[in-house]
Design a protein around this ligand. Structure first.
Ligand code: GRF
Length: 189
């Protein structure tokens, strides 16, 4: 299965996928200053930067789609990609784009999920891997892992455990999706 990853920032989840045996053919990054660009070099993975700032969604998504098709990508994983995916990509990659989000969806959607859960005072939050649709942090859930908030947690210690949980389940969820897609394509023959 040929997989691309989209990222806007640090890219630690992509590194963890690779360390856990998920082959990534291509990384698409929308932020020219993101650390993932350096990580991609170190991992020897092709990384294409397609800036999205002040650009029309349809315009940059067409470029992304061209890159995906050029590399025969069959599955896209979003790992800290801070943009909604629009119809240009969704129509071509229906049920083939998944995302990791640092809360137990449908609670605490949005860009500040870890701090929002911590500040709300929930005793349990967690991480979710899900298919995406046109809404923010929506779509069918593939896998979740709860993370407790302890009395002596600070935002930093809680955040660290959230990331550990992400690293634990993301590769398992991606492998599950690959298996299901492979089974579907065998069933088609
Ligand atoms: C992760 O917490 C992920 O759940 C969220 O963005 C963060 C990305 O972290 N969508 P990294 O760039 O993979 O280190």
């Amino acid at each position: 299965m040929r997989i691309a990853a989209f990222a806007s920032g640090n890219g630690s989840n992509i590194s963890q996928l690779v360390l856990n045996g998920v082959a990534i053919e291509l990384i698409i990054c929308n932020n020219p200053n993101a650390y993932i660009i350096e990580r991609a070099k170190q991992m020897n993975i092709k990384c294409i930067v397609i800036p999205t700032k002040n650009q029309e969604q349809e315009t940059y998504e067409r470029l992304m789609l061209e890159a995906l098709q050029l590399h025969n990508i069959e599955l896209v994983v979003l790992a800290g990609y801070m943009k909604l995916i629009g119809a240009t990509l969704l129509d071509e990659y229906q049920d083939r784009i998944i995302n990791i989000h640092p809360s137990l969806l449908p609670s605490f959607k949005g860009a500040h999920a870890i701090a929002d859960a911590f500040n709300f005072g929930v005793r349990v939050s967690g991480v979710t891997v899900h298919y995406i649709d046109s809404e923010l942090d929506s779509g069918t859930i593939i896998m979740q892992k709860p993370v407790a908030i302890c009395d002596d947690d600070t935002l930093e210690t809680f955040e660290m455990r959230i990331h550990e949980a992400e690293y634990e389940i993301f590769h398992l969820a991606v492998k599950k999706v690959i298996k299901e897609l492979n089974e579907k394509s065998i069933g088609k023959c």
